[in-house]
Ligand binder design. Structure first.
Ligand code: GLC
Length: 431
């Protein structure tokens, strides 16, 4: 390995290759997170081992009950594909320390125990069959490893533990061909990149997979930010919001245990709208059942999202422009994404009188249509407002109640700021 760069040199070098490495990711918008491990057998929360203080030998016995059916990852990948997702990220090893692959560094793995199969390999094959990019989630924390706690205060333990973590990730990045994303999580117990030696480790890992994209959870900023449990745009960098499906647990829980928390198709599309408007991605998690099957409550909404994207994908995928002007966001009836001279209004309160008004716009509108049907819309434009008249009175999206209006302007779409609009013209988009 070449010499290890200093932090500023490293950051400069990865910034220089970022546009090229991340081109596909910036257009992908939507990915599937999969949390699968021994905690799936318990079916309450992926942190159960720590929260309930399981003795390690007791917890290890769960491996016998961990018996994913053959082909389970193919089911996940097929659903991801049907949902219009473009990539997947699998918990190759969660905090519990059980590796889902044939690991020499970690004998506590799914080839030696439980199913006696390489689940990561099956996952990689399933992604490739479905033309999905491949990501590995890799926890830095490890509750099973004897040095996983002592590493905080014992330098010999820390050295062993850091070597172990490196060896795991080296295996993941050498054994399965091209890998697209390394998704680190929970860098504890050390609290700095120096403690983890991630400056060096990440450089060595990048040398194995030069195109890889790394998230920001190893105490280094790396390639993208990871808002968790909320979808909020980060204006200064690439970002990906990760969300659980049921809003409660990343690992499997039976829907019957949790009541009506699951996301429906419209809520997922509204999250996606925020991502598209802010040029970020949505990584939506499913927690497969112990036998690896997809949680049934995810199938219908995700399939509906995919059907919607098949008709409306133009407003979500591809190279979008950041919606810094905040076209109508928060106004209630629409969110928006932007691509060159076109603004896409994702509408979820359809005007029952056939009239919709967009306020605060200063650019000239050339044409407007309903994206899914192509039906053109009549409009008039005055200072600060565009008025759509004689729109169909029936809501235009039967799948999710989210109809998209594509507005093409004669140049880069511009709005005036709230403060400079006349008092009566406050909200930017309103009815
Ligand atoms: C948190 C949790 C973890 C989960 C992750 C997903 O950091 O510790 O259980 O895997 O978020 O982003």
């Amino acid at each position: 390995m070449a010499t290890i760069l200093s932090k500023p040199e490293y950051e400069e070098s990865i910034a220089a290759s970022r546009d090229k490495r991340m081109a596909w990711w910036r257009e992908a918008r939507f990915g599937m997170f999969v949390h699968f491990g021994l905690y799936s057998v318990l079916g309450r929360h992926e942190w159960a081992m720590a929260i309930e203080n399981w003795p390690v030998p007791e917890y290890e016995k769960l491996a016998d009950k961990f018996q994913p059916k053959p082909g389970a990852p193919r089911e996940w990948a097929k659903l991801a594909k049907a949902a219009g997702m473009k990539y997947m990220v699998l918990t190759s090893r969660h905090h519990e320390g059980f590796s889902l692959w044939n690991s020499k560094a970690n004998p506590y793995n799914s080839v030696n125990y439980g199913p006696k199969r390489d689940i990561v390999k099956e996952f990689v094959e399933a992604c490739r069959e479905n033309d999905l990019r491949i990501g590995f989630y890799s926890s830095l924390m490890d509750w099973h490893h004897p040095d996983g706690g002592a590493a905080a205060y014992d330098s010999a333990a820390r050295k062993r533990f850091n070597d172990y973590i490196y060896a795991l990730n080296e295996e993941l990045l050498t054994q399965y061909g091209k890998i697209d994303i390394l998704w680190y999580d929970v860098a504890a117990p050390m609290q700095s990149w120096e403690g983890w030696n991630t400056l060096e480790i990440n450089q060595r890992l990048r040398a194995i997979q030069p195109d890889i994209i790394i998230n920001n959870r190893s105490h280094l900023d790396e390639d993208f930010g990871t808002p968790e449990g909320h979808v909020s745009a980060m204006n200064d960098r690439d970002w990906e919001a990760c969300m659980t499906f049921n809003d409660l647990s990343w690992g499997y829980v039976d829907a019957a245990q949790v009541g009506p928390y699951s996301y429906n198709v419209q809520r997922i599309l509204r999250m996606l709208a925020t991502c598209a408007g802010g040029c970020g991605n949505l990584l939506l998690n499913i927690g497969p059942a112990p036998d690896g099957s997809v949680p049934p409550e995810a199938v219908e909404p995700l399939t509906a999202v995919g059907n919607w994207l098949a008709k409306n994908g133009e407003c979500a995928y591809g190279k979008l422009d950041r919606n810094k002007e905040g076209w109508g966001s928060g106004s209630g009836v629409c969110a928006q994404s932007k691509k060159k001279n076109t603004v896409y209004l994702w509408n979820w309160i359809w005007p029952k009188d056939g009239e919709l008004v967009v306020g605060g716009v200063t650019s000239t509108l050339k044409s407007a249509k309903i994206l899914a049907s192509g039906a053109s819309l009549k409009f008039t434009q005055e200072k600060y407002r565009i008025i759509f008249k004689d729109m169909p009175k029936e809501p235009q999206d039967k799948i999710a109640g989210v109809a998209v209006l594509a507005l093409e302007f004669d140049g880069e779409p511009k709005t005036v700021s709230f403060a400079s609009t006349p008092p009566l013209n406050q909200g930017k988009i309103y009815r």
